[in-house]
Ligand binder design. Sequence first.
Ligand SMILES: [Zn+2]
Length: 370
Amino acid sequence: MTTHITGCILTPQGWIRGSLAFNGRIIAIAGDDVPAPRDDDSLVLPGFIDLHVHGGGGADVMEGNGAIDTLARMHAGHGTTSLLATTMTAPRADIEHALADVGRAMRQRPSGAARVLGAHLEGPFISPGKLGAQPSFARVGTFEEVNALNALATIRVLTLAPEVSGHLDFIRLLKIAGIVPQIGHSNGTYEDGVAALHAGVGGFTHLFNAMSELHHRKPGMVGAALAHAEYAEIIPDLLHVHPGAIHAARRAIPKMYCVTDSTSGAGMPDGTYHLGSQTVTKCLGGVRLADGTLAGSVLTMDQAFRNLVSIGIPPRDAVRLVSTNPADYLGERERGRLQPGSHADIVIMSPDLQLTHTFVEGESIELAHA
Ligand SMILES: [Zn+2]
């Protein structure tokens, strides 16, 4: 069955006012080239891709037992068409429990849910000195542990601290295994960051947060990222980083992309939730540990897109940050752009940037009304 939608369609070549035909894949796009959408145009955009998701809709990846279905449905209702389920730093058995559920959802996408492209391991191979909101189960990475975990669900990204002894060799092994190593929760120096990039690190986890800061005589991991990275995550909830930091990073890092780092409270009322083994409180648009440390976010990707536009990033550029760049980071060439042959991962937004439709691989998704 072929579906036709109309609006101002963002293609890799630019905006086209016309129609898009799809089934599970995009069949054809027809219409007139236009320089920019009109004020009354609906925007037809590639679906959002979120490479750092802990939870949503009251469910946390670490719970296992079907939790992934709940959170992947909640995020699809906010325009996310594919995601990486992200585990916390935890004892090995707890991560195995979570990944068994992730693997199941990867093998058969639950109806109404975003596509789970794989897992993002946030730790446990991080710095005990830069835990952020991660519990204190940090340890030195071994390829034996990664192999066992990877057998349960494909690991696409692994956040680690490169300054830990032995981790440069570990980075090389991960890269050979097709897992993208990523710097995060790190107290390393600028030089540690440069060495890790040479060893094969692909990017940086929630740039600026939980990493050594930039001082002009001690540029830290932030300096290494701004000077040399092609890719890095950033959390655009406007709480984790100042809008000026987003603008600065976007000038420095060619293919920066946005993640939510969202937790189970995303898409839920204010209250108390779990993040892995920790208790967190959602209020005032953020989620924190009892001591006030930001503990992930309650951001959704449609709000991330609106936040980017609200700080002055044109919609066409914002789409790169929420869809095209994360697809490219994973080498997912059939996602993140609207062109014939790609998966029909599509969002439609009203002229005032409210989500009106989401399609995941052609399936129409019931939207959340938060
Ligand atoms: Zn996280």
